[in-house]
Design a protein around this ligand. Structure first.
Ligand SMILES: Nc1nc2c(ncn2[C@@H]2O[C@H](COP(=O)(O)OP(=O)(O)OP(=O)(O)O)[C@@H](O)[C@H]2O)c(=O)[nH]1
Length: 448
């Protein structure tokens, strides 16, 4: 009891880890306890008299004003979170417990630094978001974009790239890259691939800083966004290192640190797994939609493309044509030269056909020696016959397979939308009939 009498409550306040603050009705700090310096980085006397808005993260100002308004109507808020910018520029997450004092006309609040908890939460959230993205993203490039966005919420990632390593060809490719450096400025060393290759080789992260740092004024005067800082973290899976996550900074004021490196490493395994899963999915999808021998779309993909083309043609009141192609006497080539020569011929035919059409058109292999050309957005009906003629001319040239020079003929049948059918099935069937008629006519002719 005797001891209690000697205690000075003000000395308790100085020992508190949380800061006690008082803010007047205009939002100005009236009092900040000693712990404020630890939390906000400013000595209390530098905060007192200034508006709280001067310290709050711009993105949280409006929300904070709304919460303060409610507190001033007499509703205490024991769990309000916002971000402050410390004197050293770091962002600090604060949990406020605040109420209005009618007699003092002030908000009385206790501030607790919850930055560590927030960081752990956002790291967990990032892991979860990356794994979600692996399922939700439609394709690999959508996944890279999503990963960029998630990483950008954890650390500065204005300049971000995903580089992938193909162990078979020992090549590093960059399927995703966002770089704020103007495209026409010359690349300043070090080269992205050079550092990326080092990360792949060592399987270790690499943090590179320009040394000595280029003064900011020099860079601005030159208009040259010189690379200042580079962070590369390997993407490791059970198969080994499959690539590198890369962050770059062109600003002297933003240099990557070991802390950034740890954050990026923390998410990199999840990123690697997500990319690997999506790559496998893309490969399976490609296999399900393409012919393994020629690499052309197969019947399933052709049907999808045909359906899309017809839907578009109906919307835009445009035309579509289908060419049904079948090689003549292909069986004879298989029988006389062997199946592998037949395979090579089919590959050569696929290549030659692809060269006869525009990028917007499609060539598909739908059976043994049967191919389809889908011509979209046809300006005039005659154009399909022109493409058919072009194909016939292309096949007038012999094809060299192994040691043989082969002369092959192609029978072609054409169907037009809307004249020969209102759906894909009807059009394919009509083109097949036309092709068969041509084949029959040819059979009636003397052998070439
Ligand atoms: N090499 C090879 N042959 C294939 C493949 N798929 C189907 N074939 C063969 O292709 C041939 C197709 O025979 P047909 O439909 O009678 O064709 P054709 O000999 O050109 O006869 P016409 O079309 O009447 O001129 C068969 O011998 C099949 O075994 C393949 O992937 N590779």
């Amino acid at each position: 009891m005797a001891m209690n009498k000697q205690l000075n409550p003000a000395s308790f306040m100085a020992l508190l880890l949380d800061a006690v603050c008082a803010v007047d009705s205009d939002g100005r700090f009236v009092f900040v306890s000693a712990a404020g310096e630890q939390i906000f980085g400013y000595p209390p006397e530098e905060m007192v008299g200034r508006s709280m808005l001067a310290f709050i993260h711009p993105a949280d100002r409006e929300r904070t004003l709304a919460a303060a308004g409610k507190i001033m109507t007499g509703q205490p808020n024991p769990h309000f979170e916002n971000r402050y910018i410390r004197k050293d520029g770091q962002v600090v997450h604060i949990m406020w417990s605040a109420r209005w004092s009618e007699s003092n006309q002030m908000r009385i609040a206790v501030a607790r630094d919850v930055t560590e908890r927030k960081r752990a939460e956002s790291m967990q959230a990032a892991l979860f978001a990356i794994s979600e993205a692996a399922h939700a993203a439609e394709n690999l490039s959508a996944l890279y974009q999503h990963i960029h966005q998630i990483i950008g919420e954890l650390l500065p990632a204005q300049n971000f790239a995903v580089a992938l390593y193909d162990a078979a060809s020992r090549q590093l490719s960059v399927p995703y890259q966002v770089d704020t450096r103007p495209a026409d400025t010359p690349l300043t060393p070090p080269d992205l691939c050079e550092l990326g290759t080092q990360v792949i080789g060592s399987g270790q992260p690499l943090l590179w800083q320009r040394s000595p740092p280029q003064p900011a004024d020099d860079c601005e005067a030159l208009g040259d966004p010189l690379l200042q800082s580079w962070l590369g973290v390997p993407l490791c899976t059970k198969q080994g290192v499959i690539g590198v996550l890369i962050l770059k900074s062109y600003h002297v004021s933003m240099a990557y640190t070991r802390q950034h490196q740890e954050l990026l490493q923390y998410v990199s395994t999840q990123v690697a797994t997500a990319i690997e899963r999506k790559q496998l999915h893309s490969r399976l999808q490609h296999m399900a939609q393409h012919d393994a021998l020629t690499g052309l779309p197969n019947r399933a993909l052709l049907n999808d493309k045909l359906q899309d083309a017809l839907a578009k043609a109906i919307r835009h009141n445009s035309r579509v044509a289908l060419l049904y192609l079948d090689l003549d006497n292909f069986k004879h080539i298989n029988d006389s030269l062997g199946h592998s020569a037949g395979d090579l011929l089919l590959q050569a035919v696929a290549q030659r056909l692809s060269q006869c059409v525009r990028g917007a058109d499609s060539v598909a292999r739908i059976g043994g020696d049967e191919f389809i050309v889908l011509i979209e957005d046809l300006q005039r009906q005659e154009h399909a016959s022109l493409v058919a003629e072009k194909i016939q001319q292309a096949f007038a040239m012999p094809i060299d397979i192994k040691t043989s020079t082969l002369h092959i003929n192609v029978s072609v049948g054409v169907a037009h939308f809307p004249e020969h059918g209102s759906n894909g099935q009807q059009l394919l069937s009509h083109a097949d009939d036309m092709m068969y008629q041509m084949k029959k006519q040819r059979r009636g002719l003397p052998a070439l």
